[in-house]
Design a protein around this ligand. Structure first.
Ligand code: PGA
Length: 254
């Protein structure tokens, strides 16, 4: 049995003060759903104050990125230990990082290894573009992203990561994948790629989220799929009804 996990990626939204106010509003609803692992990934500047606010709440905190060096002359970057002081998770390789900030499978791999070494749980994002989807490249793309992005991990390390399958054409577009379609990609492409690398037991243990225009009204469709273990939510997690998505995960029963 894989414990469902729903994470909210606030992206570049909310100042620290806005983050605190919003968290105070949504925290009771998130706390109420204890059968789902819940994670909030705010901007770096809000991590410290949210860590205080959320202490003992049972709701996890994650960063949206880390650098792969421990310290040094890397202006503008953030080290794993800096993040680890406040949180337990880190999103790695989000498509926006890949598209706008030159993230590659190779840099994803460095960051994943660094996160694991710092005892942070990486949420590793993969997914194909619309063009790749329409030219039947999805399997090639997600297999490459997994093979390269998770290269060199031991099966034990791999069993602790979270994979987020986020078709790029579904992110922020309001055009979500179908539950069955996403389930197929996870079951027929992603888990087999994981199995080739880490064996069947590990591939069955790794939690795979779906991400891309998940809303309260379509969340149940994803959570009812056998291969999908939760969601990585963008736009809809900036609204109070994010709790409704978490509740949908709990209701799906898994
Ligand atoms: P969205 O974003 O829910 O706004 O589509 C998902 C994501 O980028 O993780």
């Amino acid at each position: 049995m894989r414990t469902p996990i729903v994470a909210g990626n606030w992206k570049m939204n909310k100042t620290a003060a806005e983050s605190r106010a919003f968290m105070a509003e949504i925290l009771p609803g998130l706390q109420a759903v204890t059968t789902v692992e819940r994670v909030i990934c705010p901007p770096f500047t809000a991590l410290e104050s949210l860590a205080k606010l959320m202490e003992g709440s049972g709701v996890g905190l994650g960063a949206q990125n880390i650098f792969w060096e421990e310290s040094g002359a890397y202006t503008g970057e953030i080290a794993p230990a800096m993040v680890k002081e406040f949180c337990q998770y880190v999103i790695i390789g989000h498509s926006e990082r890949r598209t706008y900030f030159g993230e590659t499978d190779e840099t994803v791999n460095k960051r994943v290894k660094t996160a694991l070494a710092a005892d942070l749980t990486p949420i590793v994002c993969i997914g194909e573009t619309l063009e790749e989807n329409e030219s039947n490249q999805t399997e090639t793309v997600v297999t490459r992203q997994i093979t390269e992005g998770l290269k060199g991990l031991t099966p034990e390390q791999a069993s602790g990561i979270i994979v987020a399958y986020e078709p790029i054409w579904a992110i922020g577009t309001g055009r979500a994948a179908s539950g069955a379609g996403a389930n197929l990609v996870v079951g027929v492409m992603i888990r087999p790629a994981l199995e080739t690398m880490f064996g069947s037991q590990v591939s069955q243990a790794i939690r795979v989220q779906y991400g891309g225009s998940v809303k309260p009204n379509n969340a149940a469709e994803f959570f009812s799929q056998p291969e999908i273990d939760g969601a990585l939510v963008g736009g809809a997690c900036l609204k109070p009804d994010f709790a409704a998505i978490v509740e949908a995960a709990a209701k799906a029963g898994f």
